[in-house]
Design a protein around this ligand. Sequence first.
Ligand SMILES: Nc1ncnc2c1ncn2[C@@H]1O[C@H](COP(=O)(O)OP(=O)(O)OP(=O)(O)O)[C@@H](O)[C@H]1O
Ligand SMILES: [Mg+2]
Length: 335
Amino acid sequence: MNTPDDPQQAPAIELAQLRRDYLVRAPVAGSRRRRRQVVRAVDELTLRIDRGEAVGFVGANGAGKSTTIKMMTGVLRPSAGSVRVLGRDPVPERRHLARQIGVVFGQRTQLWWDLPLRDSFRILGAMHRLTDRRREERLERLVDGLDLGGFLDRPVRQLSLGQRMRGEVAAALLHSPALVVLDEPTIGLDLVSKEGLRRFLREDRAERGTTLFLTTHDMGDVERLCERIVVVDAGTVAYDGALASFRERLGAPRELVVDLAEPAAALRLPDAARTTAVEAGGIRHRISFAGAELTVPALLTAIGAQAEVRDLELAEPRIEDLVRQISARRGPARR
Ligand SMILES: Nc1ncnc2c1ncn2[C@@H]1O[C@H](COP(=O)(O)OP(=O)(O)OP(=O)(O)O)[C@@H](O)[C@H]1O
Ligand SMILES: [Mg+2]
């Protein structure tokens, strides 16, 4: 049935005036007493995400991202407002939703610490009622895409952080969920591991058309994985739009560092780029550029016409800086 209430037709995520308060006991200055205090972690947050979208949910520490994800996945009950995920109410329908959502909390494991990774997948397969064949087929894809082969038979507690995180992602994706929710999936990973994980998440999404919702402090994750960015500040949505217009609106500069084969005094570059020779000899040049029109390939073409490039590195703007700009425009913090 195609009624608006049909969960099959509902948006992936629908949050309306969502609120969550925590009751905490705060120390009182000059006294050993503690007084009860309400912390409003999420405040009138409204957001709609359609099926198939890839959204980066970013904000400063304590902005309310994890709390929002916990309400979306049925771990926490909202204090007010409503949450619908794939057309369902996450707290009462948590079990049903678990079959369609894959969640990774980067700071916490959902694997069995003392068991080999392979056994965790077996248990999860049984929990999701996958047939042995379906589990093994999916696992083959995950082992291949996430490069798990070398440590499938090692207990989780012996894995490095990067290995464990790849295992966590595989565990979350084993049942081929329609919605993938990742809370800081690349935290603590080195650049190579981050890139590998991002590549697989992109491929898996392209193959299966999943909805991706992720929080991160790494702008690279958002750049590689998301088309839309939502900035949360003091528990509420401060910015929501396409990634390209986000960057353009803030005019956030990116930085390209090139090492030339031969020293060069100065490089002539398109107007939108500023260049500084970092090293006295002029081997290393740092080029800062902003705006959507000037792309890295265009810059490299301009440089390549003047000098031979031996090595290069691209630095993304820091997400914290962008978020700070957004927050500053909204006026003084409310807490
Ligand atoms: N269990 C809890 N009890 C009391 N306060 C909490 C609890 N969990 C979170 N908070 C508070 O709620 C606010 C939002 O926290 P939350 O973890 O959602 O932020 P976040 O955006 O995920 O931050 P980070 O980027 O550091 O992960 C913070 O002020 C935090 O101190
Ligand atoms: Mg968090």
